[in-house]
Design a protein around this ligand. Structure first.
Ligand code: NAP
Length: 256
């Protein structure tokens, strides 16, 4: 039996839709108070309204994870509104596709700025509150793409997602003396709003590649984040958890 997380304060970057929205809803369902962060204020407010309608507590905040001042303001808002920060889900990310021959330096920098530098900025902004409390949980949303697999068009994305894991490992060493853990979830193919218009053939091909026979749901990733945030996971830091229905397991010759 896991100790309840009720009353904890959780900051979720990229909480307005997709996996982050799933995390925000799941932590709120567990009784946490959630700061839902995204660039688009209205979309963050919609997630907050959905949480409130389900009887939960949340507050929206508009900020860009690539902006240091925005991340400082995000942490200040969590402290002002909720009185502290127990958990950070550093989840915001972008995944524009570009093959190497068409990938501009600006496009490369843009993905790194949001996905990797944004992780660094969100984490460091929330650290003072966690250090004052003498405890904290940080869950970074990486991916299987980059650390484990490759996908044409996503060299910059894969580099950012692999980079997040390097960040996590050294941060874990620096944060351990403060009672703060930092771990990463590595989702496979997750069915988000962004995938719904992609067409049945593509979805069927993606599903066929997953041994568990279905695409992941946002709750699958959120539950892994919830585990890393639990008191019971307090001796786990600098680690990764693949959440992919077994997608990365088959060898090339496996015909299942
Ligand atoms: P999504 O549906 O596109 O949602 C992305 C969220 O991040 C939105 O709330 C978006 O809101 C926010 N966001 C994007 N750029 C931001 C910025 N610069 N500052 C603040 N917020 C920003 O994406 P998703 O599929 O849920 O992906 C979420 C995370 O999971 C990403 O890190 C992604 O790499 C990872 N992931 C996803 C999958 C998958 O299958 N979906 C698989 C592996 C890993 P605004 O646009 O309003 O800012």
């Amino acid at each position: 039996m896991f100790a309840p997380l009720a009353g904890r304060t959780v900051v979720v970057t990229g909480g307005s839709r997709g996996i982050g929205r799933g995390m925000a809803l799941r932590f709120a369902e567990a009784g946490c108070r959630v700061l839902v962060v995204a660039r688009a204020a209205e979309a963050a407010a919609r997630t907050v309204a959905d949480i409130a309608a389900a009887g939960g507590t949340a507050h929206p905040f508009a900020a860009d994870v690539a902006d240091p001042a925005g991340m400082q303001a995000m942490a200040a808002e969590a402290e002002r509104h909720f009185g502290g920060i127990d958990v950070l889900c550093a989840n915001a990310g972008v995944f524009p596709s570009a093959r190497l021959e068409e990938m501009t330096p600006e496009a490369f920098d843009g993905v790194i700025a949001t996905n990797l530098r944004g992780t660094f900025l969100a984490v460091t902004a929330c650290l003072p509150a966690m250090k004052r409390a003498g405890r904290g949980r940080i869950v970074v949303t990486s991916s299987i793409t980059g650390p484990v697999t490759g996908y044409p068009g996503w060299a910059h994305y894969g580099a950012s997602k692999a980079g997040q894991l390097g960040f996590v490992r050294t941060a874990a060493l620096e944060l351990a003396p403060h009672g703060i853990t930092i771990n990463a979830v590595m989702p496979g193919n997750i069915l988000t709003e962004g995938l719904t218009g992609i067409g049945p053939d593509y979805l069927a091909r993606m599903t066929a590649a997953i041994p568990m026979g279905r695409l992941g749901g946002v709750a699958d990733v959120a539950n892994a984040a919830l585990f890393f945030a639990s008191d019971e996971a307090g001796w786990i830091t600098g680690q990764t958890l693949v959440v992919d229905g077994g997608q990365i397991l088959p060898e090339a010759s496996a015909d299942g």
